[in-house]
Design a protein around this ligand. Structure first.
Ligand SMILES: [Zn+2]
Length: 132
């Protein structure tokens, strides 16, 4: 699957919904696994940090299907003019992907229309716990 198609798939699940004082669904994520299956998810923003990123939802769908290895992943947000913007995964999502399966360090993270990086490039100091 091309990066453009995965970006479009992520954008297809973005449906912003006001829930009380919070907004959910304004970021969408799509990933493809080594087996070639795709999974999507949206963010849920709640107070007190109980919400989660769209990447978490897509990864939860993947794990529900008993898959653990991400080949490629992207998260997107749409502005008021419905223009799609690719978002970089936050630090928590980067570590989450690593902890789901250490082989995900080779997952390709889509950072823009023509820009990607391996997770290991975005999380370079994994397992490098030095003693003080
Ligand atoms: Zn995140």
């Amino acid at each position: 699957m091309t990066n453009e198609k995965l970006i479009k798939l992520a954008a297809s699940v973005v449906k912003s919904k006001k829930m009380g004082d919070n907004t959910s669904g304004d970021v969408g994520c799509a990933l493809i696994t080594e087996k070639g299956k795709t999974y999507t998810g949206v963010c849920i923003d709640t107070m007190s940090g109980m919400g989660f990123c769209a990447e978490h939802a897509a990864i939860a769908a993947m794990v529900t299907a008993r898959e653990y290895k991400i080949k490629k992943i992207v998260a997107v947000w749409k502005d008021k003019k419905r223009k799609v913007h690719v978002l970089h995964p936050c630090g928590r999502c980067r570590e989450f992907m690593r902890q789901i399966n250490k082989q995900n360090m080779d997952a390709e993270i889509i950072l823009g229309k023509d820009r990607t990086a391996k997770l290991k490039e975005l999380l370079p100091y994994k397992d490098d716990y030095s003693q003080v």
